[in-house]
Write a protein that binds this ligand. Structure first.
Ligand code: FE2
Length: 284
């Protein structure tokens, strides 16, 4: 069973762009960058059965005005519907959330918080699960509100929900999907030449801050694969019986080419009935 995980698309209407010609060329309406990505996905052999969009579908709704957030979501919705008929399972990303970082937007505004993203992505809940073949898939929303912004964390009720969901899945091999990585190396300063190496720091917006109980749960279940995005860089971490894949991004460096040498692309996952999988990254 093959699926594609495409994440961090960061689509934005052309009129909101700066004057740099390479950016205009990248995503003027109707978003040729995303069309090119989807075309490469359709050209895969064998073809994927479904897509998982890993979050940050739009450039940024967190700080946007209501008009800009709506325009970004309208463009995303229109583009993805025109580009593909494959089934899509979406994950809400931090930049998909409307108003949390714009204090001129009242909380009573239509679509405030995650509501706008969930409406355009056709989601009833931001954490949910589904089965495909012998496999179980869990989408876990790990973006929590903190101050005038967000951090990588679970809301209180989610850990209990995850525990119950995994218990119900029994011994089915499971894929756990989040936007923000549960574990990551690329999100640290290890590879950052400007880092202060006397005291490593990992911002609370880069990696999930309350990973420990989730990792403990993962270790007690049959979860060969955990997938995230958010960092725009590719890595796979083997810890105990689970591979944590952080996938590269569709937009690379926000449509300005590769991000820290990681080219724009998507992840292709091939799952076998015996609970094993293969992953490769396609730079489209
Ligand atoms: Fe993100």
């Amino acid at each position: 069973m093959r699926f594609v995980h495409l994440t961090d698309i960061h689509l934005e209407p052309a009129k909101a762009l700066d004057a740099a010609p390479e950016r205009r060329a990248s995503y003027q309406e109707p978003a040729p960058g995303l069309f090119r990505c989807i075309r490469a996905i359709h050209d895969l052999s064998p073809k994927p059965q479904f897509l998982i969009t890993g979050g940050d579908h739009v450039m940024d709704a967190l700080e946007a005005t209501p008009e800009s957030a709506t325009a970004q979501w309208e463009l995303y919705s229109r583009t993805i519907k025109a580009a593909t008929h494959l089934p899509i399972y979406p994950i809400v990303g931090n930049h998909d959330i409307f108003g949390w970082m714009n204090q001129t937007v009242p909380e009573t505004a239509s679509g405030y918080g995650k509501a706008m993203a969930m409406r355009y992505l056709d989601l009833e809940r931001s954490s949910y699960s589904f089965d495909k073949g012998l496999w179980h898939f869990v989408v876990l929303d790990n973006i929590a509100r903190r101050g005038v912004g967000y951090c990588g964390a679970l809301a209180d009720e989610q850990l209990a929900w995850l525990e119950k969901d995994l218990a119900e899945a029994g011994n089915r091999p499971t894929v756990l999907l989040t936007h923000i990585p549960i574990l990551s190396v690329c999100a640290t300063q290890f590879l950052d030449p400007s880092a202060n190496v006397t005291f490593w720091q990992i911002p609370h917006v880069f990696v999930q801050t309350d990973s420990q109980p989730v990792v403990n749960l993962i270790n007690r279940h049959n979860i060969p694969l955990a997938i995230s995005g958010h960092i725009h860089m590719c890595e796979r971490i083997e810890y105990k019986k689970t591979t944590y894949v952080c996938n590269g991004s569709v937009c690379g460096s926000w449509w300005r080419g590769a991000f820290k040498t990681f080219a724009p692309g998507f992840g292709v996952f091939d799952l076998s009935d015996d609970g094993t999988f293969e992953y490769h990254y396609v730079a489209y």
